[in-house]
Design a protein around this ligand. Structure first.
Ligand SMILES: Nc1ncnc2c1ncn2[C@@H]1O[C@H](COP(=O)(O)OP(=O)(O)OP(=O)(O)O)[C@@H](O)[C@H]1O
Ligand SMILES: [Mg+2]
Length: 296
């Protein structure tokens, strides 16, 4: 499914260093490093409570970090509000999608950013642009004038993702986009994620589904108990290794069961030079080592 993308220069868009966030006594994130390149799908995985949503909320301006730095295009930035994130070019599709069920696809896409001509809404222009965006995303939506309430789960996800692209963000963050979907709809959304990568967006995919991660991601960042627990190139990792990093156990029952099953090898995604992350020999490598390697 994944296209080989050898030799394509992929610029770093977003770099998070040593980020920390507490909620009262709860340390949601401690000293976390994370980065996204353009034209790359980074899966962010981890068990419940690992800190995935908290990291996303720091990147989308919902919460502010207590420690660490965020760089965008190599410049230190503060993301103090959702408007800041939008202004920088970071768009997030949260799990609840926040669509207006009674409005049609066009209205949902342009909500709050309507195109106007004089004092009237430019419905024709908005509808044309909606179609061209949906076509570009190979979306399977036959009418843009039906209320989104009547769409399938996959189509609703598609509308939410298309809406996130209206401001032309460089980074698109998707929180569990396939969690509620069946097989065919999941495939539709995974295709859509590949279109986003082709358009050059840096995509952050939060997922509990290892098959989805292996099918579509280039790189996987594992969080465990609010800390980094490994970064892997999908081309060189198995689901079993990822599950071991997620659970923090290299040889527990779950890992063994997963290892006994044939795992998808993850279609070949040769990273460009400097981005190849060797499989760890004894447990996941520390993120700091990786950052040193790849920054070199
Ligand atoms: N607003 C908040 N107030 C207090 N604690 C919070 C808040 N948000 C998150 N936490 C805590 O921070 C930790 C990380 O939560 P987070 O939602 O980031 O995990 P997650 O990896 O997204 O989990 P899940 O897979 O269940 O969505 C948890 O212990 C959670 O209870
Ligand atoms: Mg979460």
């Amino acid at each position: 499914m994944t296209q080989p993308r050898v030799g394509r220069a992929r610029e770093r868009v977003l770099t998070v260093r040593g980020i920390g966030k507490r909620f009262g006594a709860v340390r949601a994130l401690t000293d976390v490093d994370f980065w996204v390149n353009e034209g790359e799908v980074v899966a962010l995985v981890g068990d419940n409570g690992a800190g995935k949503s908290t990291l996303v909320k720091l990147l989308s301006g919902v919460h502010e970090p207590d420690a660490g730095t965020i760089e965008y295009d190599g410049e230190l930035v503060e993301i103090a509000s959702p408007a800041d994130a939008q202004h920088l070019g970071i768009a997030t599709v949260f799990q609840d999608l926040a669509l207006c069920d009674n409005l049609d696809v066009v209205a949902n896409l342009w909500l709050g950013r309507e195109l106007v001509q004089g004092t009237r809404l430019d419905e024709v222009d908005m509808e044309q642009r909606t179609w061209s965006l949906l076509r570009e995303l190979s979306a399977k939506i036959s009418s843009v004038r039906t209320p989104v309430a009547s769409l399938s789960g996959g189509q609703r996800q598609t509308v939410a993702i298309a809406r996130s692209l209206i401001g032309d963000p460089r980074v698109v963050i998707l929180d569990e986009p396939t969690a509620a979907l069946g097989v065919a709809q999941t495939a539709e959304v995974l295709n859509l994620i590949e279109r986003l990568r082709e358009r050059g967006h840096g995509v952050v995919l939060i997922s509990h589904n290892m098959a989805d991660v292996m099918a579509v991601a280039d790189r996987v960042v594992v969080l465990r108990l609010g800390r980094n627990n490994g970064v892997y190139n999908v081309a060189e990792v198995t689901s079993a290794t990822l599950i071991a990093a997620i659970t923090g156990a290299t040889d527990n029952a779950v890992t063994r069961r997963a290892a006994d099953r044939p795992t998808s090898s993850g279609s070949a995604v040769p990273a460009e030079e400097g981005m190849i992350i060797p499989l760890p020999r004894s447990g996941p490598r520390r993120m700091k080592d990786l950052a040193r390697d790849t920054d070199a």
